[in-house]
Ligand binder design. Structure first.
Ligand code: PGA
Length: 245
């Protein structure tokens, strides 16, 4: 399976800083780039995506579930598409935690994104408390079942699932290979029981949470992991290049 790397800039970098980053990235990209790479920029920088090397896609970090309307401060799928955006992160734990995004809202966003031809990076993952109380499988099941409710099997090719244990995000703590492998198995089992064995096999699953160039190699070797969602480490173009190469 082709590897996929998604950079999540979160609320970092002004437009001049993004332009510097793009220049550095374009200048040092390996010639033989064999993975899909996407930069999820802040909304204000999406218009700069056109300066990226054509092998790099541009993504957004969120979008509204409605197509248009009185939603002050929100951004629609059409607005993203008009800027050449190809991917959108949906259900990031920071959106769930700080912006009260429910599983139901995430499901609506996914349907809207797919209807507009955007590739969805669906984030799922348990908190430390949930893990400690052995609820990881239950939480992943809840998140995935509700996110994918009403989604048809042929639409799954537009969805990439990122397993991001909440306690590993931005903390410098990477989940152990065993924990990641276990989570990946749980996700595939869910896809298999709700869709088919083939769908489970084809499902693209990424890992996210404090991944750096130092830990990327071993994480990417984990059975069933086909790439990464990278936050902090993606902010330095040279570090990100090391990860994607
Ligand atoms: P991190 O963030 O790599 O800084 O832990 C990952 C994410 O939040 O997607």
């Amino acid at each position: 399976m082709k590897k996929i790397f998604v950079a999540n800039f979160k609320m970092n970098k002004t437009n001049p800083e993004v332009l510097d980053y793009i220049q550095e990235l374009n200048n040092h990209l390996p010639e033989s780039l064999s993975s899909d790479v996407c930069l999820c920029l802040p909304y204000t920088s999406l218009c700069l995506g056109k300066f990226l090397d054509e092998r790099i896609a541009v993504g957004a970090q969120n979008m509204h579930e409605e197509d248009f309307g009185p939603f002050t401060g929100e951004i629609s799928a059409d607005m993203l598409c008009c800027l050449g955006v190809k991917y959108v992160i949906i259900g990031h734990s920071e959106r769930r935690k700080y912006f009260n995004e429910t599983n139901e809202k995430i499901n609506k966003k996914i349907k809207t994104a797919l209807r507009h031809g955007l590739k969805v990076v669906l984030c799922v993952g348990e908190t430390k408390v949930q893990r400690n109380s052995k609820r990881t499988t239950e939480i992943l099941s809840q998140q995935i079942e509700s996110a994918l409710s009403g989604i048809f099997e042929n639409e799954l090719k537009g969805i990439i699932i990122a397993y991001e244990p909440v306690w590993a995000i931005g903390t410098g703590k990477v989940a152990s290979s065993e924990d990641i492998e276990e989570a990946v198995k749980t996700i595939r089992k869910l896809i298999s029981s709700h869709y088919s064995k083939q769908a489970a096999q084809d499902q693209k699953i990424l890992y996210g949470g404090s991944l750096t160039s130092g830990t990327a190699k071993s994480i990417l070797k984990i059975d069933g992991i086909c790439g990464a969602l990278v936050g902090g480490a993606s902010l330095d173009p040279n570090e990100f290049i090391k990860i994607i190469s």
